[in-house]
Design a protein around this ligand. Structure first.
Ligand SMILES: Cc1cc2nc3c(=O)[nH]c(=O)nc-3n(C[C@H](O)[C@H](O)[C@H](O)COP(=O)(O)OP(=O)(O)OC[C@H]3O[C@@H](n4cnc5c(N)ncnc54)[C@H](O)[C@@H]3O)c2cc1C
Length: 393
């Protein structure tokens, strides 16, 4: 399958991308900016939230800045985050965000904002973007290569579209990965569960991450002067902690992490319902083959306890776009290798933290490891050159 995926006159599209959120919309934007004919679609609605908190780390903010989109996110009233405070039991360690790679703050835009900005940027770059459209199957050539996708329109009509490459950005339950039997070659051993909601009138001084024996919590400042507040427990304690009384379990876990957090919540006003995530172990999946690739959670997932999935999805959108524009199996293999080299340390330490099998001193050490992996990732992203247009490659 050597050769370009792009500009094959037999296909209507150079790239068809399933899933229009942080991984898929970014990939569509980058490919369209380079001149590719892109179809991006999602079965969900435009500009909506999904079950996810949304703290971005430095490499993610850096990607938004490199793509010229950070100003839009901030202009929408996203609060800049200048400090991260870790609470280990009663020990409090505040860390100021130092300017590095031109980034002087972090931020946590709501997904309804972040994903919309990315989708709009894809549209502006010339991608055809459709919502309310579902993938129902893939199309294959006689040699087994993926040659297109079969979609179901919102009116129930089935449509086949040909493409140089089909990209699954369709999340953890990826239908593309399932249809292709994409093997999982790394599987995490642990998983955390969490419950979160939005509060108005919380004190705003950056990200707060709380750790106690067998539980964790966090407060993340976001749009509309609200905070996303979550509590986490080991996956096997989800049912006993929350079943039958979500709010009771949530408040108990907040208090167990920090009486200060419980007091802040008590003074604040909850402005959303509480939402739960029962947990899922991390993985790395085979993410390319003849005529196809996976990006974002479809190919690589890690427990949300380190709040790093969106940052990595933005990173991998860039790595995959480069590979697709370069063309050929070797480029896609390099994409996967590069992704894995950056992701393994993050995945490993996340899995350890999600096990809750640590003392407060140990989890502090795990966070040092996490910080080293995040620095290596930010350095890598900062070192990437600007993407060239198709004709200039
Ligand atoms: C509880 C929780 C908290 C989290 N907190 C954070 C955090 O604080 N920070 C962070 O960086 N990350 C966090 N994450 C991780 C983050 O949510 C994911 O890494 C991120 O959403 C991955 O983006 P994606 O674009 O790959 O997939 P998704 O965001 O899952 O998007 C996939 C899209 O594909 C569409 N789709 C699926 N199947 C089809 C189909 N057949 N046809 C058409 N469309 C389809 C879906 O409708 C969906 O819109 C959290 C995750 C969870 C679960």
């Amino acid at each position: 399958m050597e050769g370009s995926f792009m500009q094959d006159s037999r296909s209507r599209y150079d790239a068809v991308i399933i899933g229009a959120r942080c991984a898929g919309a970014s990939t569509a934007m980058l490919l369209a900016r380079a001149g590719a004919r892109v179809l991006l679609f999602d079965r969900g609605r435009y500009g909506t939230d999904i079950v996810s908190t949304h703290a971005l780390m430095r490499a993610g903010v850096l990607q938004l800045e490199r793509w010229g989109l950070l100003s839009r996110i901030m202009a929408a009233g996203t609060p800049p985050v200048g400090r991260t405070t870790f609470h280990y039991g009663r020990e409090i360690i505040p860390i100021d965000i130092r300017p590095e790679h031109g980034i002087g703050h972090l931020c946590a835009p709501r997904r309804s904002l972040l994903d919309r900005v990315l989708v709009d940027a894809a549209t502006e770059a010339g991608a055809e973007v459709r919502h309310g459209v579902s993938l129902t199957d893939l199309q294959f050539g006689p040699d087994g290569r993926v040659t297109g996708a079969i979609l179901r329109e919102s009116n129930g009509e089935s449509v086949a579209v040909g493409s140089g490459i089909v990209i699954g950005a369709d999340g953890r339950q990826s239908m593309v990965a399932r249809r292709l039997d994409a093997p999982t070659y790394v599987e995490g051993a642990s998983a955390s569960a969490c419950v979160y909601g939005y509060y108005a009138n919380m004190p705003d001084d950056g990200y707060h991450w709380y750790f106690e024996n067998d539980t964790a919590a966090g407060a993340i400042p976001t749009n509309d002067d609200q905070h996303c507040v979550f509590v986490g427990v080991p996956r096997d304690r989800f049912a006993e902690t929350f079943r039958g009384n979500l709010e009771g379990g949530f408040l108990r876990m907040a208090a167990a992490n920090s009486p200060g957090l419980r007091a802040d919540i008590g003074k604040a006003r909850r402005v959303s319902r509480l939402r739960g995530f029962a947990g899922g172990a991390g993985y790395l999946r085979q993410s390319y083959g003849p005529g196809w690739a996976l990006v974002g959670d479809a190919g690589y997932f890690k427990d949300p306890i380190t709040a790093h999935g969106i940052t990595d999805a933005l990173r991998d959108a860039e790595l995959l776009s480069r590979a697709v524009l370069d063309g050929g199996a070797r480029s896609l293999a390099r994409y996967q290798d590069e992704r894995d080299a950056l992701s393994r340390p993050l995945l490993d330490v996340t899995d350890t933290i999600a096990s809750f099998d640590w003392t407060l001193d140990e989890v502090k050490d795990h966070h040092v490891r996490l910080s080293d992996a995040m620095k290596a990732e930010a350095n890598h992203v900062a070192g990437l050159s600007t993407l060239d247009a198709l004709g200039e490659r």
